[in-house]
Design a protein around this ligand. Structure first.
Ligand SMILES: NC(=O)c1ccc[n+]([C@@H]2O[C@H](COP(=O)([O-])OP(=O)(O)OC[C@H]3O[C@@H](n4cnc5c(N)ncnc54)[C@H](OP(=O)(O)O)[C@@H]3O)[C@@H](O)[C@H]2O)c1
Length: 330
């Protein structure tokens, strides 16, 4: 089977690998759709812990169950499934265990004709989605779901700001928060994306490259109950200014690195919280899928490409004009 393998820092290569042997507790999925994440590019560049060379990349994928290791799991054969990329979250819903990892590194992942996973990683695809839409969901959808609802306790009618609308996770946060009845505002570095967000129902959208004075701009809107961010850096101090008293920033990434300082005075006086978040536990994965079904949410897809274009598409994950997930027909 053809698999996209990390062979050295910065180098990925198509390899012909043996089809995995399906042992007890496992299922072999014939991949029909896969999706790229920023994580795949970080791993390719060697900027991720526990890098293993020779392994197949990829966290996101959907397909058809080809075979299972145990007779009791036979009902899965032929089912259309989306794969939960969590491995070993552990018993505490609040935090992942020390053994936690994500499909695609160090364990071989979805960028292959077949993917071997534990049977309990399988979930049926929401009925309104096709393989490609379902493949776009796992990593980004789960990260957004936990950040919004567990860490951010988002409620209908609240004001929420989602930074970097163009981001893969941010777009799920936008779709989910809108479906939950929140007043959703976004930032983006691109005027085209801002126009798109407004068309899709954002209450306001601001270019973070142009609007320096966040506080004046957003004071008029009564402030934000919740801000969801993955860029980090010094702009966190702008967020601190525009939160309502008691408000919260949830961050799940730090693409622009650490802030040089944090306005702790305003934070303690206004009873603000700063909350980290990562992916989500197995129950949240199931809850995320049922939320997607209930609200008939369809992921925003930037482009659909053939499987054969996967390796050369890694560079496109950072393209400034990308809106939504890059998915591949396997
Ligand atoms: N903790 C986790 O479990 C988890 C899960 C997924 C991702 N992540 C991390 O979260 C980050 C985003 O992931 P992703 O997959 O969504 O990446 P992505 O699709 O590459 O999105 C990155 C987005 O960041 C936005 N951005 C850049 N500079 C910004 C700034 N100064 N202010 C606000 N937004 C800014 C841009 O939005 P515009 O294009 O709109 O300007 C860009 O599209 C990455 O660092 C990733 O590793 C963590």
């Amino acid at each position: 089977m053809k698999s996209l393998v990390l062979i050295a820092p910065g180098q990925i290569e198509w390899r012909e690998l043996d089809k995995p042997i399906v042992t007890s507790g496992k299922a072999l999925v014939k991949m029909k759709g896969i999706a790229l994440n920023r994580r795949d590019e970080w791993i390719k560049q060697g900027q991720y812990p526990n890098i293993r060379y020779g392994g197949t990349l990829g966290s996101d994928g959907a397909g058809i169950v080809d075979s299972v290791g145990d007779e009791k799991d036979n009902a899965w054969i032929g089912k259309e499934v989306v794969i939960n990329p969590n491995i070993g979250w552990g018993p505490d819903p609040n935090v992942q265990s020390k053994n936690y990892s994500i499909l695609g590194m160090p364990v071989s992942g979805t960028f292959s004709e077949y993917c071997l996973v534990d049977v309990d990683r399988l979930q049926q695809i929401p009925f309104h989605l096709d393989f490609l839409q379902a493949a776009a969901l796992p990593l980004g959808g789960l990260t957004a779901f936990r950040a919004l609802f567990r860490q951010g306790s988002l409620q209908s009618g609240q004001n929420i700001l989602i930074s970097g609308f163009g981001g893969g996770v941010a777009q799920f946060a936008f779709l989910f928060a809108r479906a939950a009845g929140a007043n959703v505002y976004v930032t983006s570095g691109s005027d085209e994306k801002i126009a798109r967000a407004l068309k899709m129902g954002a209450k306001g959208a601001y270019n973070y490259k142009k609007e320096a004075n966040y506080s004046e701009l957003w004071k008029t809107k009564g402030g934000f109950d919740l801000i969801i961010d993955s860029a980090g850096g010094d702009q966190i101090n702008n967020y601190i200014k525009i939160l309502k008293p008691g408000g919260k920033i949830v961050f799940y990434g730090a693409t622009n690195g650490m802030p040089s300082k944090i306005d702790l005075y305003r934070m303690f006086w206004n009873q603000l919280s700063l909350q980290g978040s990562t992916m989500g536990n197995d129950n949240e994965f199931i809850e995320m899928l049922s939320f997607v079904s209930k609200h008939q949410i369809r992921p925003i897809i930037d482009s659909i490409r053939p499987f054969s274009k996967l390796a050369e598409s890694f560079a496109d994950i950072t393209l400034p004009n990308k809106v939504g997930k890059i998915v591949f027909k396997a």
